[in-house]
Design a binder for this molecule. Sequence first.
Ligand SMILES: Nc1ncnc2c1ncn2[C@@H]1O[C@H](COP(=O)(O)OP(=O)(O)OP(=O)(O)O)[C@@H](O)[C@H]1O
Length: 450
Amino acid sequence: MVRSGEAQICGISNVRVIARVRPPFQPEKPGGTACLSDSTLEVVSQDGSSLHFTFDKVHGLPSGAGNTQADIFSDVQDIVLSTLQGFNGCVMAYGQTGSGKTYTLAGDLDSNTEQGLLTRSVKHLAQGISEMTDGSEFQVHLSVVEIYCESIKDLLSDGPGSTSLAVQQDKELGIIIAGATKVAVTNESELVELTQQGLARRTVASTSVNAASSRSHCLITLTVQRHLPGGSVMHGKLTLVDLAGSERQDKTLAEGLTFEEGKLINKSLSALGNVVKALADNPSGHIPYRNSKLTRALQDTLGGKARMALIICCSPAAANAAETLSSLRFGTRAKGIMTSVQAPAVETPADSTHAEIAERVEAVCNEVLQGARDMIEEVRTLREENARLQAQANAAHPGLIPGHVDNARGAGVPIALLLMDVITVVMCLVAVCTAVCKVVDLVSRWMHNV
Ligand SMILES: Nc1ncnc2c1ncn2[C@@H]1O[C@H](COP(=O)(O)OP(=O)(O)OP(=O)(O)O)[C@@H](O)[C@H]1O
């Protein structure tokens, strides 16, 4: 089977940004963050200064009205249902630890009123499928993975290799987590059971801010395969992302492993922040997706082929105003990302077309260019790190590195540097040769077809 009726850009849109302020807990003092309307909220810092933010939707009026799990779902329902038409969608929850991300996405899976976006999404997909009258047949699969300390773990399996999955680029499906278990879901109760099993495996720890704080980023993916009458197939994908919460060690009182986890959580969130900033400022420039597993796994979502909603979860407490400000600023930056949503690609049994070959050649070239840029970036970072370490060692123990000069090209470790240069050149050559082979192969197949 090959693709025809190729994906086309069918609209440019912003990331939809929604803010949700959770109710205060005892003994929290509210007065930090409050909703002023259904699109504006105010944050009052501890020095008394106040800032207003406007988003697509804001939930959390002091009366509590309009802030139920059903209200949040109604903001993203169209994104969920569009997966039945072959679109990709993503709903991501961002916010400091204890701000309500897991509550918003998963909630109480067993409760009709408290269940979060996940169960509601499956119910709506099931209803959407039952209302289709064109004779299409659907298959829905679930996968649940977590990114914990830069390792990707399958939460639906504990078999060999399930703790170190890799992010890969698939020709048909885009970015995928290779080897992640995909379970066919046929009804809501199956989904609830599977998700409960998966989330129970998620890494959590108790901190002074949240008794069950998620220590990992969790990616829950529902893939929809639609078999149209006539043999064509459409693929849609919905990814729900429950990020680990950003945290300050002085507030969480994290120690030992929890403290180390906290550092890695903050590091990957800052990599996410850098990608969002780069995409908003200069989308055609270098985007540092490869700086963390999280950004690499979300590359095609953030990079603009999906309909995306970002839910910024906030605490109302005055004591958390600084963290809330930082989350809301992230939301404001994300609002600047323009996504070029693609109309669905349909697989048909037809032959390869010129357009298909051209797009694949372009994809290969882009892949190679991006790979080369990443390699150069990595070598530059390693050089800088090497120079910094040499300078540090030399300052602490002058003369320890013979012939050291404040330059990575000094006589200190010339062989290692030379080796690094040779390896880089060889890797670039291999990448270029692979690309040329692929292009030649694609072109010869095209010549054969016309
Ligand atoms: N809107 C809300 N209404 C009622 N309870 C809420 C709401 N939001 C969060 N909570 C409660 O607050 C607590 C912390 O929420 P949750 O675990 O979802 O935070 P989190 O942002 O996922 O934290 P972490 O990043 O540490 O995992 C939970 O007990 C949750 O039930």
